[in-house]
Design a protein around this ligand. Structure first.
Ligand SMILES: [Zn+2]
Ligand SMILES: [Zn+2]
Length: 345
C-alpha cells in the first residue's frame, strides 16, 4: 500500500509501505476513505516529538471502512464505516475507567506517533471497539473527520476545562483550526462574549463568520488593554490558549478576570513565564490536558443534528496521491488560507 512516511525532521515521502495486519485480538484493519493533517504533524516534522521515530506512518485522524477485525471484536464488523479517534483507549485500565483515555496504559495518542497512523491506504487500529465510532448512514464523512481530534480537543481542553458558562466571557488566543473548534463548541454554552485573537486577518474574518463577537489582531499591539476595554475592565472568565507559544500564554495571564480560568490547549515546545506575583491573589485556575475524546459521541450527535457544522473548517481537498501537496498547502497556512485539508480516495 501507499503511506506518508516520516524519515526524520523535514523529511516525508508518499511511498510503498507494508500493509498492516491484525496483531492483537482487539484490532481492526481499516481502509482509509478520508484523513487530514494536524498541527501536531507539523511539530513532528520539525523534530519536536521525540516519541515519533523515522519510519513511522503519520496521521491520527480520519474515517474509513473496516476490512477485518480480530477475534476479540464483537461490536464492529467488516464494511462498517467508522470514525477513528486520535486517542486509542482499552476501556479497561485505571485511566480509562476514570475517563482519561489520553493516558490509557496501552493506548493514548499512539496513532501516527508510536504506531503507524492514518495517512495511508490502510491502518491498524488497536482496541478497535473503544477507539472507533460507527458513522450514522447519510452523514457527511468529511465533517466526521473533524471529530477525530480538533472538535473534541477544542471542546474538552478549551470549553470544558475553561468552564464556559451561559453569560460568561471567553477569549480564544489563537484562531487556527483548534481555536476555531473551541469557538464552534463554546457556543453550545451560550457565553455572552467570545473574543478571538490572532495575527492573521484571514483567520479573524473566519472567526467572525463562525460567531466571534469581537476579533483582535495582536499585531496591532495593546491586546490586553483592548480585551479589558471589551469586558468592563475585568478581563475574561475563560482565556483559552490555542497557539502554544510563550507570548500567547502570557497574554492569557494578562486578560483573565479574577476567579477566571486559563485553559491551555497549545502544544508548548518552550518554557513560559508564569506571573504568580500578579496572579496569586486572583483566584485563577490554570488547566492543562490532552484530549480524552470522551465527548466524541456527544459531539457526533451535535454534528448529525446540524447544531455544529464542522464542514466549515475544511478549506482544501486533495486525493491520496497528492498527500505531499496537501502537506505543502497546510504547512503554508498563512499564504494558502488553509484551515483543515481533507485527503480522500
Ligand atoms: Zn491532532
Ligand atoms: Zn486504557
Amino acid at each position: 500500500m501507499k503511506a506518508l512516511v516520516y524519515h526524520g525532521p523535514a523529511e516525508i515521502a508518499w511511498e510503498d509501505h507494508p500493509k498492516p495486519v491484525l496483531v492483537d485480538a482487539g484490532d481492526a484493519i481499516v481502509r482509509m476513505l478520508k484523513t487530514t493533517i494536524c498541527g501536531t504533524d507539523l511539530h513532528i516534522l520539525k523534530g519536536e516529538v521525540p516519541t515519533c521515530t523515522p519510519g513511522r506512518v503519520l496521521g491520527h485522524e480520519g474515517v474509513g471502512v473496516i476490512e477485518s477485525v480480530g477475534p476479540g471484536v464483537t461490536t464492529l464488523r467488516p464494511d462498517d464505516h467508522v470514525l477513528i479517534s486520535c486517542i486509542s483507549s482499552c476501556g479497561k485500565c485505571e485511566y480509562c475507567r476514570r475517563g482519561m483515555f489520553s493516558h490509557c496504559a496501552t493506548g493514548g495518542w499512539i496513532l501516527g506517533n508510536t504506531i503507524d497512523g492514518t495517512q495511508a491506504e490502510y491502518v491498524r487500529i488497536p482496541h478497535a471497539e473503544t477507539s472507533l465510532y460507527p458513522i450514522p448512514a447519510g452523514t457527511d464523512e468529511g465533517a466526521m473527520v473533524m471529530l477525530s481530534d480538533i472538535l473534541p480537543t477544542g471542546f474538552e481542553c478549551g470549553v470544558l476545562s475553561g468552564k464556559v458558562a451561559p453569560g460568561s466571557s471567553v477569549a480564544i488566543v489563537g484562531g487556527g483550526p483548534i481555536g476555531l473548534a473551541a469557538l464552534l463548541t463554546a457556543q453550545l454554552y451560550s457565553p455572552a462574549t467570545i473574543i478571538v485573537i490572532d495575527l492573521d486577518e484571514g483567520r479573524l474574518a473566519v472567526a467572525r463568520q463562525f460567531g466571534a463577537n469581537h476579533t483582535l489582531n495582536s499585531a496591532a499591539g495593546d491586546t490586553a488593554a483592548k480585551v479589558l476595554a471589551l469586558t468592563e475592565g475585568r478581563g475574561v472568565d475563560t482565556a483559552i490558549e490555542a497557539a502554544g507559544v510563550p507570548a500567547t500564554f502570557l497574554l492569557c495571564q494578562d486578560i483573565v478576570a479574577p476567579g477566571g480560568i486559563v485553559a491551555n490547549i497549545g502544544v508548548h515546545g518552550k518554557p513560559v513565564e508564569l506571573h504568580l506575583e500578579k496572579l496569586w491573589s486572583q483566584n485563577i485556575a490554570i488547566t492543562t490536558r490532552l484530549v480524552d475524546t470522551v465527548s466524541t459521541p456527544m459531539l457526533l450527535k451535535t454534528v448529525v443534528a446540524g447544531t455544529i457544522d464542522p464542514l466549515r473548517l475544511i478549506t482544501h481537498r486533495f486525493k491520496f496521491d497528492r498527500m505531499l501537496a496537501a502537506y505543502d498547502t497546510f504547512g503554508r497556512a498563512a499564504d494558502t488560507g488553509a484551515l483543515k485539508v481533507i485527503i480522500e480516495t
